[in-house]
Design a protein around this ligand. Structure first.
Ligand SMILES: [Zn+2]
Ligand SMILES: [Zn+2]
Length: 102
């Protein structure tokens, strides 16, 4: 049996302080809560990070990357620096965070 309240919302478990520290590992933009996920505020990036057991999952491999144009889910491919949507062919120019190593 669960004690989790019905109105479970990410903002109840992710504190403002934690949000201030967290940044998108891809583009280093701020994150904002959206539903039960954390959404990158950079529209060109649009990564969504899940929250499991009240802990944000910031693994790029497991992030959702919905296409801003058609909304179809696409997977992040680490090999390519430019990202294209397999569904609508839209290409995205986005930059890896400058602070990222190699
Ligand atoms: Zn991002
Ligand atoms: Zn698309």
């Amino acid at each position: 049996m669960t004690t989790r309240p019905a109105g479970h919302n990410i903002t109840r478990v992710i504190s403002k302080e934690l949000l201030d520290i967290l940044a998108c590992p891809l583009c280093k933009s701020d994150l904002k809560p959206e539903g039960e996920k954390l959404l990158c505020t950079n529209a060109a990036c649009g990564c969504r990070y899940g929250v499991q057991d009240d802990i944000p999952n910031m693994l790029i491999d497991e992030a959702e990357r919905p296409c801003p144009k058609c909304g179809k889910q696409r997977k992040w491919e680490p090999e390519t620096d430019s990202v294209s949507c397999p569904a609508c062919g839209e290409r995205f120019a986005w930059q890896r965070g400058k602070a990222a190593k190699a």
